[in-house]
Design a protein around this ligand. Structure first.
Ligand SMILES: NC(=O)c1ccc[n+]([C@@H]2O[C@H](COP(=O)([O-])OP(=O)(O)OC[C@H]3O[C@@H](n4cnc5c(N)ncnc54)[C@H](O)[C@@H]3O)[C@@H](O)[C@H]2O)c1
Length: 320
């Protein structure tokens, strides 16, 4: 199978590209390389281009002619999206629209889309099923939800088939690839980096209505996400494929303090923590009900126990 991976130079895209390539898929990465260099891709082919650059995208799609596109390219900072919504509507919504239009022109009608738990907002039911009400708390979640909805209408109009995977908290690393966001906002890399640099880690909010007062999240290893993408792509190649969305998480939540304790236990060193007041928009508890992904695509997370996630991340950050 030929797979084009947008955002394939990023954290999740690059690990997915490597996993697929190692399993014998023909992979082409498409990324504007704004914050990563192609060196991390090793022997994986790539094209430097933006998803809003219809010309380069169109040429790439027509010459590679993928069976399936996996779409990871996006901006991902929720806080930034609140103060600069235009940037997120342009890249995450219009960018997805531009990609889908270019795919249809090139005769490719199958897409796996990197969506987010952020489409739900503050949940009223946990674990969260896919049919939970959707009220995003920021433009980042809103643009992902708008893209999902657009994909549904493109199926009705053009028979364009897509599977959206709503990731909960992607985490973990492989030996050679890990989480390396510019301006990191995710808790595991931030705790590890602070500890390795001998700095304080700032924890926002310890007065949430959770067992220890800190936010609870569902952490899913990036290799398990890559497998969800692979299974979705395989499903899209079958005649019974339908446009749908799945949650991807473990169904088990960990508090921020539990994450800190696990980093301390793996490293054998204390983490120095400074408590700050809550950040706006952080939900109390986000835990996935992923039973549909498990039953319909036979997906099961095999790398996502908390110890394996943090061990892999710690190893990668220590070697960086
Ligand atoms: N990391 C998480 O916990 C998480 C959770 C939920 C959803 N997601 C989604 O997963 C996807 C990947 O996340 P990530 O953590 O790997 O992010 P990342 O920032 O590491 O990777 C995104 C990649 O997309 C590329 N990109 C961005 N805009 C582009 C454009 N206009 N044209 C071409 N390339 C562009 C960037 O250069 C980068 O390489 C995103 O769509 C994100 O919304 C991530």
């Amino acid at each position: 199978m030929k797979v084009l991976i947008t955002g394939g130079a990023g954290y999740i895209g690059a690990i997915t590209a490597r996993t697929l390539k190692d399993q014998g898929y023909e992979v082409l990465v498409y990324d504007h390389f704004a914050s990563h260099t192609p060196a991390k891709l090793g022997d994986i082919s790539y094209v430097k281009g933006g998803i809003l650059d219809a010309r380069t995208l169109g040429q790439t799609l027509s010459s590679f002619h993928p069976d399936v596109v996996m779409h990871f390219a996006a901006y991902i900072q929720m806080g930034e999206s609140v103060v600069n919504p235009r940037k997120y509507y342009d890249n995450n919504f219009i960018g997805t629209l531009s990609l889908v239009e270019s795919m249809i022109k090139a005769g490719c009608h199958k897409l796996v889309f990197a969506s987010t738990a952020g489409v739900y907002g503050n949940p009223v039911q946990v674990p969260i099923p896919e049919d939970h009400k959707k009220e995003p708390e920021n433009p980042y979640g809103e643009t992902k939800l708008s893209a999902e909805r657009m994909l549904k209408w493109y199926d009705k109009a053009y028979g364009f088939k897509s599977i959206s995977i709503r990731f909960f908290n992607a985490a973990g690393a492989t030996d050679s690839l890990g989480e390396d966001h510019h301006d990191e906002s995710h808790i595991i890399p931030n705790i590890i980096s602070a500890q390795l640099a001998g700095k304080e880690f700032t924890l926002f909010g310890n007065d949430y209505p959770t067992p220890d007062g800190t936010c609870v999240r569902d952490y899913i290893h990036v290799l398990d996400l890559a497998e969800a993408f692979r299974l979705s792509a395989e499903k899209l190649m079958t005649p019974e494929a339908v446009t749908t969305a799945y949650n991807a998480g473990t169904g088990h939540g960990y508090s921020n303090l539990e994450i800190i304790k696990m980093v301390e236990s793996i490293s054998g060193k204390p983490v120095s923590v400074k408590f700050e007041t809550r950040r706006p928009g952080d939900a109390n508890e986000l835990v996935a009900d992923s039973s549909r992904l498990q039953s319909e695509l036979s997906w099961s997370p095999t790398h996502s126990d908390l110890e394996s996630i943090i061990k892999s991340a710690y190893n990668w950050h220590s070697k960086k």
